[in-house]
Design a protein around this ligand. Sequence first.
Ligand code: F6P
Length: 363
Amino acid sequence: KKKLLIATGGGDCPGLNAVIRGIYKRAKKTKEWEVYGSMEAFNGVWFEPFRIIKLNRSKVAGIHVRGGTILKTTNKADPLHYPVKDDKGNIVFEDRTKELAEMIKRHGFDAVISIGGDGSQKISKALFDHGVPIVGVPKTIDNDLEATDMTFGFQTAVQIATDSFDKLVTTAESHHRVMIMEVMGRDAGWIAIHTAIAGGAEICLIPEIPYQIEKLVERIESRYEKGRGFVNIVIAEGARPLGGAVTASKGEEGSRHIKLGGVAFELSHQLKAAGVKAEIRETILGHVQRGGIPTAFDRVLASLLGVKSFEMVLQGEFGKMASFKNNEFVAVPLEEATKGNKTINPESFIVKGAKGLGISFGD
Ligand code: F6P
């Protein structure tokens, strides 16, 4: 029988298990393929003791309903930026994708499906260039991947953020408070803008539109003057004031990952310093946005991407990523998928539409 390897890389995301199940189910129908999983991204096939599991019916039964990934995942040990110490003891990053490609071949896999975000797709591209027959599946709650209209996990994150927003509204109005809710999204404001529209926020701050604090103060004061004495703000973790830098703290040692977060508190200080008298409270949603049960839409999207990616394997469409585009499931070249991050165009209708609903971006 032929051997297929699946790996899930980068941050976890609701829907990953639905992809794994989708691949397994479609592969089983051929009766010619065995499906294996590498634990913790490609670490399972790369480092000894190897951790490769053979998937079977009982391992995948019902997993489409569960968040996370049965194959586990990691942000570390990125083969494109493998951390090593130089002569002076400083950490530098090396490209080790050739070494990983050789390991995958040595294990005897006939094809690989790698499920991941921007970083994972770049790794897939490099492995393909080193001769690995690989197909990518896009994944991220941030929805910031090029070459696909929507990523699974995004809808679930927006639903969780909206549910939290709704809860903050009732407490904001009871106390006449300004509530700041910080959501994830890295350098893109997709989760923030969708949540602000769904929840009916007064203010939405996103990385793509630097905000001016005076504009926010004006908006807040006018709400209080009009007797609508509460304000709900959604701020994306990558948002920043005009002329201000993103205040990101460094990742753990040996990781290139930059941690964002905490901008809710910065905004709170800025508003107080600019004279806002109302009480302000901050909520950072954090990883709850990535947890729990995927929404029905995300389960459907993820399951179909699983099936599509395996059909790409059958057709030998390697070096490509399964993608959801214009309501169709298609194969796109990995070059297209890795050429940059998809952020919000400030001139696009989603921003104009949000402004039409009375949401201020502080611009
Ligand atoms: O890319 C998904 C994401 O959840 C981002 O929205 C966030 O900035 C980051 O990952 C958090 O990463 P970690 O799980 O490593 O803290």
